[in-house]
Write a protein that binds this ligand. Structure first.
Ligand code: NIG
Ligand code: FE
Length: 408
């Protein structure tokens, strides 16, 4: 057992609701606080001096200078296991080509598939761990990681096995997701439907057998999979026992509706979601995940996070870090920018990067700082937590703790 502190402010987020809009007055802050950690779990949070007095012989990890604490951030949507890079796509888009045009001409996702297939396992593991360390240094303690650049049995399993291997070499908590339905690969002989059937019969049983992932994702879009075939596929993956998440409404509306209808944990992107579907999402338990990094990478509009929150949706914010649409990977910069364009309160942004994102991943033991939750948290050297978003990413995380251990 140990006591960590004193902290100028502990932003617990403990009493905030799961859904809907939030005002900053609702944020709970423990001033001059301490955190008692027992076996990786938070035992108590309160005034540092009081906790010290009440726990006479406790080990103390003293914090120097003025620091504030937030719950460890949760990045609930990434594609950080990949080979190669797509700087040329970025340049082509800025020179006037669209994301879909580049995809149709054989660039885009397909080009990352070729690079990922030809990369060695050592190289993929090394770059994945480097990206994980970059995220930990931002204060991110839980990271979802998708496959989706393998697109056949051998290479999808290769990706998922590498993600599993990475879990053995990092303190960050990884949540793997099978995204074999990212795109029908160019070398697959058959229709979209046949490819989806191939995923169901050839890939997912092995994913299950080797316990590589419990979640399945699909990209529903004109250039990828169509709404009806996707719905059928998702219902079958559900029957196999997988949780579902969907790349929805990125360029064309309609697919967030399918995500809700099949009971997906989250519908991510939503840049093109129409008002009617905002209400549909808001009445559901499907988390609406904004991916501002993709809007910034593509020069597309932002997810209508303000409208979604006002309608009562559960809104998460994730980085979508990938080599194509979202190459930056800095969730704090992206979320701060989303806040200024969508007019989101600090409470809404912090909730979106913590317990609301955790809910999208089905994780209940992280995302808030309160007794019983895991001791995952990030500190910043400042006396006021508002400075984190105000500095738009230039205020770096000071210390990062996972299960009560300092990892950064
Ligand atoms: O979330 N939209 C589909 N998938 C990714 C992009 C992947 C890529 O371009 O490599 C996304 O934006
Ligand atoms: Fe994505």
């Amino acid at each position: 057992m140990k006591l960590i502190g004193p902290f100028k402010q502990i932003v617990t987020l403990a009493n905030l609701p799961l859904r809907g809009k939030l005002s900053d007055e609702q944020i709970d802050i423990v001033v001059d606080g301490g955190i008692v950690v027992n076996d990786g779990t938070i035992q108590e949070i309160g005034n540092f001096e009081t906790l010290k007095y009440e726990n006479q012989n406790i080990n103390i990890e003293t914090i120097e200078g003025q620091q504030i604490v937030l719950p460890g951030l949760v990045d609930s949507h990434t594609h950080i296991c990949f080979g190669g890079n797509r700087a040329n796509d970025f340049a082509m888009r800025n020179a006037g080509k669209t994301y879909l045009e580049i995809a149709e001409s054989g660039g885009g996702i397909w080009s990352s598939v070729q690079h990922t297939r030809s990369a060695s396992e050592e190289e993929l593991l090394k770059t994945l761990l480097e990206r994980i360390n970059f995220l930990i240094a931002l204060g991110i303690t839980t990271i979802e990681v998708k496959s989706g650049y393998g697109l056949d049995v051998e290479n999808e399993l290769k990706m998922l096995r590498i993600i599993k291997k990475a879990q053995g070499q990092t303190e960050a908590k990884l949540v793997p997701t099978c995204l074999s339905a990212h795109l029908k690969p160019r070398d697959f002989e058959g229709s979209n439907q046949e490819y989806l059937e191939y995923i169901l019969t050839e890939i997912l049983p092995k994913v299950k057998e080797e316990e590589l992932a419990t979640r399945v994702d699909i990209f529903i879009e004109k250039s990828a999979f169509q709404p009806e075939e996707s719905k059928d596929f998702l219902l079958k993956t559900k029957d196999l026992g997988f949780d579902i998440t969907v790349h929805a409404d990125q360029f064309t509306p309609g697919s967030s509706r399918i995500a809700v209808e099949v009971g997906a944990k989250s519908a991510d992107h939503l840049e093109a979601t129409i008002d009617e579907d905002i209400d549909f999402l808001a009445k559901s338990d499907t988390v609406a995940t904004a991916l501002p990094g993709a809007s910034l990478g593509l020069g597309e509009k932002f997810t209508p996070a303000r409208k979604l929150l006002d309608a009562g949706a559960i809104v998460a914010i994730a980085s979508d870090w990938n080599p194509g649409s979202a190459p930056m990977g800095n969730l704090i910069i992206q979320a701060s920018i989303l806040a200024t364009f969508e007019k989101l309160t600090t409470a809404e942004v912090l909730a979106g990067m913590t317990f609301r994102a955790a809910y999208a991943l089905g994780l209940e033991d992280i995302g808030k700082l309160e007794a019983g939750k895991k001791a995952d948290f990030v500190t910043f050297k400042t006396d006021n937590f508002q400075n984190v978003l105000y500095n738009q990413g230039s205020l770096k995380a000071e210390n990062v703790y996972i299960n009560g251990n300092q990892v950064h």
